[in-house]
Design a protein around this ligand. Structure first.
Ligand SMILES: Cc1cc2nc3c(=O)[nH]c(=O)nc-3n(C[C@H](O)[C@H](O)[C@H](O)COP(=O)(O)OP(=O)(O)OC[C@H]3O[C@@H](n4cnc5c(N)ncnc54)[C@H](O)[C@@H]3O)c2cc1C
Length: 425
């Protein structure tokens, strides 16, 4: 049996998030997973490898696996539609290693770390100096208050534009609508803390990375885009004897899934968002825009710019070809990705183009809408509610994925491992 300390070393701050696993899940001989996104696929992959004696069925309503993750291509232009890179977490590194994807997995360009927020029409580079803009004392007081629980990110970061920019960049929503415990549990100290000191934990986590140890604050990505990850996972599931994937099957609810598949509800894992919390998701469209290098030589290399000003249709510009180690555009060109929330947009592509031409440069050589996605909403108090659901054992099944207790892929991947740990004999 793994000790609490080794769990903290394996999963780090993810341990603060509740694991919504039914206590009888590990007794099941047949498990049904609803949703074939990264979460459902990782849960199936981790459980199937740990327990080849269990039969696992994945139900996916669409005609492909991968959920929101996909990579758009047009000639030499390569642009991720959803997640494009990962923050450091050993669970993600373990997944890449286990899937045999290490060759194409590399740290992002260290010269493209700069992030900006457009404040009053001018780019402000985020740095320790941004603290001065917020006011260190005000920030500290707000953080301490946010530790009471159930607060919004707007309460935890007392600078409306910076707080909004931060939330827009992660969940496509404004800070007043987002639960601080959900988005930054390590800041609000949600849940139970580690059993060892911060420094010792950090050192031990660092030593646990396979492949390479990422630098603090860096990100890493896959050659060919994030589609490589879900494609490889799909291939692995296909080769695994005890996993069956059923595409084009829309699950109605837990009771129906349990009945149709002849399992108790405790053997159902729901990995589709928007299940327990019925409020709407936010919607955004994603555009790729490309320029010849000379057209955009005035823009320094960087990660990207967040735009809290809701009068503009674009909420974020990501410097895609600056960030990744692998090529994302034709030689001597640069690729940018535009985030366009639907509540800020009149729906006309020309509005996006004209805003992008003002923000970046006129006359792009390539401009294309690459996809539309929904992001679940996480209102203040969300995480406490989830935790309560767990402690009161009011769940009759297991609930995972970005709609449950964490929005990032590091969460989803670590959660699948934590779930598979429950099957340890
Ligand atoms: C634009 C965008 C940018 C992002 N950027 C980042 C980033 O930079 N870093 C990061 O860490 N994360 C990022 N993310 C988040 C990341 O992509 C998600 O955390 C992750 O992909 C979620 O995987 P999932 O399997 O939980 O959910 P999903 O991908 O939503 O998969 C759920 C699956 O369930 C299926 N489904 C739904 N309902 C049913 C039903 N009733 N029956 C059967 N199947 C059903 C869906 O079709 C879908 O395939 C981003 C997301 C978006 C949209």
């Amino acid at each position: 049996m793994r000790t609490k300390e080794s769990d903290w070393i394996r999963y780090g701050e993810e341990m603060r998030r509740p694991l919504l696993v039914h206590k009888d899940l590990s007794k099941a001989s047949r498990v049904v997973i609803v949703g074939g996104g990264l979460s459902g696929m990782c849960c199936a992959y981790r459980m199937a490898n740990k327990r080849p004696d269990i039969e696992i069925v994945v139900l996916e309503q669409g005609n492909r696996l991968g959920g929101v993750i996909d990579t758009w291509r047009e000639g030499d232009w390569v642009c991720d539609v959803a997640v494009n890179a990962t923050r450091p977490h050993p669970a993600f590194w373990r997944l890449v290693d286990d899937l045999g994807l290490s060759k194409g997995f590399k740290s992002s360009n260290p010269k493209a770390n700069a992030r900006w927020v457009l404040l009053d029409g001018k780019p402000h580079q985020l740095s320790a100096l941004s603290l001065l803009k917020i006011g260190p004392l005000r920030l500290w007081r707000a953080i301490v208050k946010s530790r009471l629980g159930g607060q919004s990110v707007a309460n935890a970061i007392p600078h409306p534009q910076i707080a909004d920019a931060f939330c827009l960049g992660i969940v496509n929503d404004v800070a007043a609508n987002v639960d601080a415990d959900f988005l930054v549990p390590s800041l609000t100290k949600f849940g139970t803390g580690p059993t060892l000191s911060k420094w010792r934990l950090r050192r031990k986590i660092k030593a646990s990375y396979p492949l390479f140890v990422p630098k603090r604050g860096s990100i890493a990505s896959l050659e060919g885009g994030m589609q490589m990850l879900v494609q490889t996972l799909a291939e692995k599931l296909n080769e695994t004897n005890n996993v069956t994937v059923r595409l084009n099957v829309e699950a109605k609810d837990v009771a129906t899934v349990a009945k149709q598949n002849d399992v108790p509800p405790s053997a159902v894992i729901w990995s589709a968002p928007g299940h327990l919390e019925k409020e709407q998701a936010t919607e955004l469209s994603i555009f790729a825009i490309g320029f010849h290098r000379d057209q955009v030589s005035h823009l320094p290399l960087g990660y990207g710019t967040l735009i809290p000003d809701s009068t503009l249709p674009i909420s974020g510009v990501l410097n895609e070809s600056d960030i990744h180690h692998s090529r994302r555009c034709p030689e001597n060109h640069r690729l940018f990705r535009l985030m366009v929330p639907h509540d800020r947009w009149d729906g006309a592509e020309e509005s996006v183009l004209s805003c992008a031409e003002q923000l970046i440069a006129p006359n792009p050589v390539m401009f294309s809408m690459v996809g539309t996605r929904q992001i679940p909403r996480f209102p203040p108090g969300y995480m406490s509610k989830m935790s309560k659901a767990m402690s009161e054992a009011s769940l009759d099944h297991t609930y995972v994925g970005w709609g449950a207790t964490g929005v990032a892929i590091t969460h989803v991947v670590a959660e699948a491992e934590r779930l598979a740990d429950c099957f340890d004999n």
